[in-house]
Design a protein around this ligand. Structure first.
Ligand code: IPM
Ligand code: MG
Length: 372
């Protein structure tokens, strides 16, 4: 029996292109693994009303981890219009499958390294080496939202918050509420993951990115827990910044920062900013990591207009494979893969269009494989 069972979820659009690229590299390194293809994405929403079918959830439960590429998602009304006729009018709502997987499998850490590879013409600066730890299951992504505001929720809010007086006389039809939910444990575990990573990878600081001066309760809880967890790591300094200022500092002095940690939505935003500093989403990978399971993905979307054209830069997907190898404990393979990726970027012989080259997704992946 192979050592690992790994689910492969290409999804749609360029997801399929970059998953093929990943397979070229996986074949080359001959990881002792069985790969199980699994359905996910837009076509399953249209034909089954479910972009993450139950059979895929079952497959995932039987695997050690998964590689996921990209899927299309569309706003509510557009999504409903594309459902098969027999599925329309049943009140089905499109929910992002990646967000669902994060919650279903309690993948509370979203690890997003953003490193400037030597010779990447798209680097904003050449000395950037940031790693974003984004809380991945709570906050504004908890999915607790109301519109119109139900009477019970309204009266609970009115009796608990004097601020609700400002909404007096406004109809519940005209109020929408999205809850930002943090738990103490949720804060502790993401901060601890960030500190542990800083400690094991030689980063001297962890920067907490929140907004406690305004969002007092949730950000406040995160700050207090971060200070407590920080005491367990006396060699690592905890820096605290507000998210807005962080956006500015990341553009001004990105080289000053190492590990960043933030809640779900702020982490989502900050990690796109950090990705663009090192070449954009073509270079950004994520690990969605829980205690027992993990899903690795490039951060980019499915870019439907490029589907099947093999134009997309496979680097983000290959870096996701690298994160997976690290997580599996295959550290030597992970390092070799990163060296291969770095070499292809530095050599400039095999580059996709975003880097000014003319090579295809698969040619670049093959070039990386050849250097392993
Ligand atoms: C990301 C993406 C997702 C998110 C979308 C596709 C739901 O932006 O992984 O950063 O918001 O988390
Ligand atoms: Mg995002």
């Amino acid at each position: 029996m192979p050592k690992y069972r790994i689910a492969l979820m290409p999804g749609d659009g360029i997801g399929k292109d970059v998953m093929e690229a990943a397979q070229i590299v996986l074949d080359k390194i001959a990881l002792d693994a069985e790969y199980i293809p699994a359905d996910i994405g837009w076509e399953f929403w249209c034909t089954e009303g479910e972009p993450l079918p139950e059979r895929t959830v079952e497959t995932l439960k039987s695997c050690d981890c998964a590689l996921f590429a990209a899927i299309t998602s569309k706003p509510k009304e557009e999504a409903e219009a594309e459902l098969a006729p027999e599925l329309q009018g049943q009140g089905l709502t499109y929910r992002s499958p990646i967000v669902r997987m994060r919650q279903l499998f309690d993948l509370y850490t979203n690890l997003r390294p953003c490193k400037a590879f030597k010779g990447n013409p798209l680097n904003f600066r050449d000395d950037i080496d940031l790693v974003v730890f984004r809380e991945n299951t709570q906050g504004l992504y908890a999915g607790v939202e109301f519109h119109p505001l139900p009477e019970q929720v309204r009266s609970a809010l009115e009796s608990h918050s004097p601020r609700m007086a400002a909404f007096e006389g406004i109809s519940s039809e005209d109020v929408a509420v999205s809850c930002r939910i943090f738990t103490r444990e949720g804060c502790q575990r993401i901060v601890r993951a960030a500190f542990e990573y800083a400690a094991s990878h030689g980063y001297p600081t962890v920067t907490l990115v929140e907004k406690p001066n305004v969002i007092r309760e949730t950000s406040g809880l995160m700050v207090r827990e971060a200070r407590k967890v920080g005491q367990e790591f006396p060699a690592i300094e905890l820096w605290e910044t507000n998210v807005d200022a962080m956006a500015m500092w990341l553009v001004k002095n990105p080289q000053d920062y190492g590990v960043l940690v933030s809640s779900n939505m702020f982490g989502d935003i900050i990690s796109d900013l950090a990705a663009q500093l090192v070449g954009g989403l073509g270079f950004a990978s994520s690990g969605n990591i829980g205690d027992a399971f993990a899903v690795f993905e490039p951060t980019h979307g499915s870019a439907p207009k490029y589907a099947g054209q093999y134009k997309a830069n496979p680097t983000a997907m290959l870096l996701a494979v690298k994160l997976m190898l690290d997580w599996l404990g295959e550290t030597d393979l992970a390092q070799a893969l990163e060296r291969g990726i770095a070499a292809v970027i530095a050599e400039t012989t095999f580059h996709t269009y975003d880097l000014g080259g003319e090579n295809t997704t698969l040619e670049v992946a093959q070039a990386v494989a050849d250097r392993l």
